[in-house]
Design a protein around this ligand. Structure first.
Ligand code: ATP
Length: 321
């Protein structure tokens, strides 16, 4: 292993820069050269490859987004695209690549490994929806950003005695909604994994809590559930209580990463380089039981992760009035 490439792919997540920095500096400390691949697999197919040294990653550990930028690349899903990508890696002398992204990016890394390029995946997604790891880079920053925003909505919701529906990210995974639901003391949390689409139950809960003296009501809605603004209109019509929707959107992806994200990203980045230097390929880095671990990509992608039942129960229990 002489030259290691690094790319970020899929949705961006705060902490990706800390991971890039760790890959670059750990590789250099082991005597390797490093190439940065811009805009994920799309940039790889366009040969957007830059030399990186210890200085290239100075002053980025605290920055959100990804200095290498990211993209989604349909062409890379084809065998022709994967062959072309492997050829470009060889032309640039890249023997191994660290891919920072989600499950889709790992599937891509496996394809690249099948083409003879050593690959290691690092879980970078705000959604925490990667089964082989208890932690994904970006989650902590995203939930803290969302929590602070929801606190602000709560202030105005209380003042106006409103129902507030706050939509957070998580199309297929409700971890952000569940964590914020508990942290923000929400009355209802709608998760893609458990929501039964019985809106009448939600309406009855609001009416019942009003009767008991609750003057405002926070509903955290994971984006996968449906349209929060139209839901707010239906709830207002059914309950007679002013109901407003707030969609937090992309602000949840941005911002300076928290300490937790910076540390996990740094550790995982360095761990990925160690794996490559030890001759490993086609692996995904994870964090389990206070340890950094790694799994075969195919096995990692086949793993399943359930939303924690006990956390769901407690979130409901604590919302009782
Ligand atoms: P996020 O969790 O933020 O969505 P992700 O890594 O899962 O991140 P995807 O859009 O699914 O995001 O994947 C990123 C890129 O990885 C795709 O645009 C594509 O280039 C590549 N990719 C995804 N799935 C495959 C696959 N099955 N085979 C080859 N390449 C893939």
């Amino acid at each position: 292993m002489d030259t290691i490439g690094v790319l970020t792919s899929g949705g961006d997540a705060p902490g990706m820069n800390a991971a890039i920095r760790a890959v670059v500096r750990q590789a250099i400390s082991k005597g390797k050269k490093v190439k940065g691949i811009k805009r994920g697999y799309e940039g790889l197919l366009q040969s957007e490859i830059i030399d990186m040294d210890a200085r290239t990653v100075a002053d980025i550990i605290q920055k959100g987004g990804t200095i290498l930028q990211t993209a989604r690349c349909p062409e890379f899903r084809t065998i022709e695209g994967q062959e072309k990508a492997a050829k470009i890696c060889r032309e640039h002398g890249i023997d191994g690549i660290v891919v920072i992204g989600g499950d889709g990016s790992f599937a891509g890394a496996k394809c690249l490994a099948d083409q003879g390029i050593n690959t290691i995946g690092i879980p970078g997604t705000i959604d925490l929806d990667i089964a082989c790891t208890e932690y994904t880079i970006g989650f902590d920053t995203a939930i803290n950003t969302a929590m602070e925003a929801i606190d602000k909505v709560r202030d105005t919701s209380y003042s106006h005695e409103r129902v507030s529906i706050i939509e957070v990210m998580g199309r297929n995974a409700g971890y952000i909604a569940l964590w914020c639901g508990i942290a923000n003391g929400a009355e209802d949390i709608l998760l893609p994994e458990t929501y039964d689409y019985d809106e009448q139950k939600l309406i009855n809960n609001i009416i019942e809590k009003r009767k008991k003296g609750k003057t405002h009501h926070i509903i955290i809605n994971a984006e996968g559930i449906g349209h929060s603004t139209s839901m707010a209109k239906r709830i207002e019509a059914a309950t007679g209580v002013e109901t407003r929707a707030t969609i937090l959107g992309y602000m949840q992806r941005g911002g300076s990463p928290t300490c937790t994200d910076r540390v996990h990203a740094s550790m995982m980045g360095a761990y990925a380089v160690d794996l490559l230097c030890n001759g490993k390929s086609n692996r995904v880095v994870g964090y389990k039981g206070d340890e950094y671990v790694d799994f075969d990509i195919t096995e990692a992608l086949a793993m399943k992760k359930d939303i924690p039942e006990y956390q769901c129960q407690i979130s409901k229990a604590l919302a009782l009035l």
